[in-house]
Design a protein around this ligand. Structure first.
Ligand code: GLA
Length: 383
């Protein structure tokens, strides 16, 4: 891919790129919607990446080229703001640049930018975080901004929150940044601590994307965000405002009468999901993969009944996978309301098994899911 990107850059700009960087997509392993609640979450960086190439310009323009169409978008370095409609695809790297400047990057001149992907698009693997993290790394190197990975991850998340307009947490950028081959990324989103620990040998991940996207998915994600913040506000009443992470089930039960049934259910999901993430960590460290599988299934059940961000297609995939051998557990992965189910399997689960799942799904819903398998790969790096 690097060779293709190199020539695409030269074709677009007539001179060679100076820095190349790559960052992977991610799978949310467990911890659904816990991240923006200051909670615990685990993800896996996958072995498919987005790569970008950059070089400095002589003027104060930022130029982004769409590799597929050759279309160029120019932004003035002195008036960086979110781009609208047809140009909104540049917001991911543009926002990153803006927040790197806020973090201390000194930009004397503009830059040229182009990216390329080996991530299947629309598969629920967070290609947006992969763009953000590869751009963060490439641009900080280009401008000699010597900073730590956490600062790059934060710039990626801010870009998503304030340029793309998605009130997400730090999971996607954190995993894309801190991923490690054959390892889980464990994030404490309250302290923003990132750590890795090894996956049991022989595990494989399968993603079954329903290709269903709820028409209101962005709005529904924002609704869940608001409901969680409401619960946290009620629980914090009278004291310093804290996120849901700071509360336990006993606190929630005490305050139950002060909140709507919906808000109660959302909060219960988050509080219990944090507990499941902790238990998953313990089980993984002990090599007790059967327990991990049960926790993954319990997480899905909670998304289905309490957080209500599953849908018929995802439930069907999870239920179907439960009847297959070699599957430890399965759950919806990511924002929900359509999207993908992740299954953790042993190495014996085969393409033929995956095809069988697809066939059963297709018989019910009329179209096959997008199926994808991967192992855990490294996080963002220069290349
Ligand atoms: C999306 C968001 C993440 C996280 C998950 C749900 O992937 O981008 O920040 O909130 O949904 O866990």
């Amino acid at each position: 891919m690097k060779e293709n990107l190199k020539s695409a850059f030269e074709k677009a700009y007539g001179s060679p790129a100076q820095v190349f960087a790559q960052a992977p997509g991610r799978i949310e392993f467990i911890g659904n919607h816990t991240d923006y609640n200051g909670g615990l979450v685990m993800g896996v960086a996958i072995d498919k990446v987005i790569m970008c190439a950059v070089a400095k310009r002589d003027d104060r323009k930022l130029c982004f080229t769409a590799a597929k169409t050759g279309e160029k978008v120019y932004v003035d370095i002195d008036s960086i703001a979110p781009q609208k409609r047809d140009h909104n695809w540049v917001n991911y790297p543009l926002g990153v640049f803006k927040f790197l400047i806020e973090a201390g990057l000194k930009a004397d001149k503009g830059f040229n930018f182009i990216d390329m992907s080996s991530l299947p698009s629309g598969a629920g693997l967070s290609s947006s975080a992969a763009i953000e993290m590869s751009a963060a790394l490439a641009l900080s190197k280009l401008y000699g901004f010597d900073t730590d990975l956490k600062t790059l991850v934060r710039a990626g998340r801010k870009s998503e929150n304030f340029f793309v307009g998605m009130p997400c947490g730090i999971l996607d950028q954190g995993v894309s940044g801190f991923g490690k081959k054959d390892a889980i990324v464990y994030i404490d989103c309250l302290t923003e601590d990132f750590s890795n620990f090894p996956l049991p040998h022989g595990c494989k991940f399968w993603l079954f994307n329903s290709t269903k996207k709820h028409a209101l998915v962005d709005g529904l994600y924002a609704d869940r965000h608001r409901e969680c913040m409401k619960a946290a506000e009620i629980l914090s009443e009278g004291g310093e405002k804290r996120l849901l992470r700071s509360f336990g089930l006993a606190d929630l039960e005490k305050a139950k009468g002060k909140m709507s049934e919906v808000v109660y259910k959302r909060a219960r999901h988050i509080i219990e999901e944090n507990g499941r993430v902790l238990k998953t960590k313990e089980a993984l460290l002990k090599g007790d993969i059967a327990t991990v599988g049960k926790l993954l299934s319990a997480s899905h059940k909670s998304s289905r009944t309490l957080f209500e961000n599953s849908c018929e297609e995802l439930d069907f995939l999870v239920d179907t996978l439960a009847h297959f051998g070699h599957v430890y557990g399965a759950r919806l992965s990511g924002g929900g309301f359509g999207g993908a189910v992740m299954a953790l399997t042993d190495s014996e689960f085969s393409e033929a098994d995956a095809k069988e799942v697809s066939k059963i799904y297709e018989k019910k819903f009329g179209s096959a899911p997008l199926v994808f398998t991967c192992t855990a790969g490294d996080g963002a790096k220069l290349c």
